[in-house]
Design a protein around this ligand. Structure first.
Ligand code: NAD
Ligand code: MG
Length: 387
């Protein structure tokens, strides 16, 4: 068996390190081509040395020299800057993990799609902002897009070879995040440290905040719309605090298929790494008797307005999703820096959506123009709130 070539964009993050963990358990099966990180020189250099990566790319161009020094004598080639990142993605591999956070992942992911091969997609923000362009590129270049997000990976596993029209509904589960039982008043005073403390999953800061607002589930409904052929109203979300059932697929005959597992991202990552085969993981086996009970409840739109905003955006289509994503990235970053309150996040996103309504993007340039304008609209709204 020849080893599969793999690249990991966002190799030092939560998804990136979980991916490395799986790859390093089976060194004969995988050959690492490129690894990237934005600023974590030590983490990137360490991963590159361990995996004997051919290329290590640091996003921040100012960090070229320290990375070069850290990898001296290793045999790993070193590059820096966004252009180098895109070039590395365009090299093409058998399998590429897209695990950069935010719209920053869009250009490298598009380059990987255009190079063909299999792209395991964790970076949901690019699909939210440029879904039709990405799925179009995958089709045009014969690339395979595999969902890594646990809910979408679950849907993919339950989809089987469903004929068009045989599926009625797709339901994504949400843990409800750390503020599931909190009052609006308590959420008003919530700190970044409280928001990133997720009850079930260990994740990067941005997605942890998104889970606390439920914007994550909203982004995921839009993500699901681009991955699975159902109309916008065919996607739903339900709160499931145990995070054991990841998604449900309702067939027209009344059958409901679900995928279950302990909450560990290495399961969906392994599924996409080995697909269409399977590989073993060190994930704790699911012990339902120990879990005891599985609860399901409807999300509360009053306390979690971000989910309703995303639902409206999904129904409206066009440029709305790119605005939603850009404004949310700006607001989450401001919240993490302590510049706005937790409840201001959804407020800022709503204001950006109210004030800016461009036509649907037809190209990647359009997406970036909408993204930039939505960010300045969100910043202007933020200034009024914090004045
Ligand atoms: P993280 O913050 O832990 O890691 C992000 C990675 O992206 C790091 O390697 C970082 O160096 C790199 N990066 C950050 N900014 C960059 C930029 N401007 N240019 C290039 N690289 C940059 O994030 P994460 O939790 O691993 O999430 C990564 C993506 O996967 C996100 O889109 C997230 O929504 C999605 N996702 C994560 C999880 C999870 O469990 N962590 C689950 C589902 C989906
Ligand atoms: Mg998810």
């Amino acid at each position: 068996m020849t080893a599969r070539s793999v690249s990991i964009f966002g190799a030092t993050g939560s998804i990136g390190t979980s991916t490395l963990d799986l790859i390093e358990r089976e060194p004969d099966r995988f050959r690492v081509k490129a690894l990237s990180a934005q600023r974590d020189v030590a983490g990137l250099a360490d991963a590159a040395r361990r995996t004997r990566a051919e290329l290590a790319v640091i996003g921040d161009p100012a960090l070229y020299a320290p990375l070069k020094e850290a990898l001296a004598g290793s045999g790993t080639e070193v590059a820096a800057g966004e252009g180098a990142l895109i070039e590395a993605a365009a090299l093409g591999t058998d399998w590429t993990m897209a695990a950069i956070v935010g719209i920053a992942g869009l250009k490298p992911t598009m380059a990987a799609l255009e190079a063909g091969g299999t792209i395991a997609l964790a970076n949901k923000e690019s699909l939210v902002s440029a879904g039709a362009l990405m799925t179009g590129a995958a089709k045009a270049h014969g690339a395979t897009l595999l969902p890594v997000d646990s809910e979408h990976n679950a849907v993919f596993q339950c989809f089987d070879h469903a004929a068009p029209g045989s599926i009625r509904k797709i339901t994504l589960t949400a843990s409800g995040g750390p503020f599931r039982g909190w009052s609006v008043e308590a959420m008003r005073a919530a700190t970044p440290a409280q928001a990133v403390k997720h009850p079930n999953w260990s994740m990067g800061a941005k997605i942890s905040v998104d889970s606390a607002t439920l914007m994550n589930k909203g982004l995921e409904l839009i993500e699901a719309f681009h991955l699975f052929p159902l109309p916008a109203e065919g996607f739903d979300a339900i709160i499931h605090p145990q995070s054991v059932v990841h998604a449900l697929v309702d067939y027209v005959d009344g059958s409901v298929l679900a995928q279950l597992g302990t909450p560990d991202m290495r399961t969906p990552i392994a599924h996409s790494l080995a697909w269409p085969a399977r590989m073993a993981t060190p994930c704790r086996p699911l012990d339902l008797a120990a879990v005891g009970r599985l609860d399901f409840l409807a999300p509360d739109p009053e306390r979690f307005p971000a989910l309703a905003l995303a639902r409206d955006v999904l129904a409206a289509g066009g440029a709305r999703a790119a605005i939603l994503n850009a404004a949310n990235e700006v607001a989450v970053a401001a919240f993490l820096e302590g510049r706005i309150g937790f409840l201001d996040i959804a407020l800022i996103v709503r204001k950006a959506l109210d004030r800016y309504d461009p036509p649907a993007p037809a190209s990647l340039d359009d997406v970036f123009a909408i993204d930039a304008e939505a960010r300045s609209t969100a910043r202007a709204a933020m200034e009024i709130i914090t004045a």
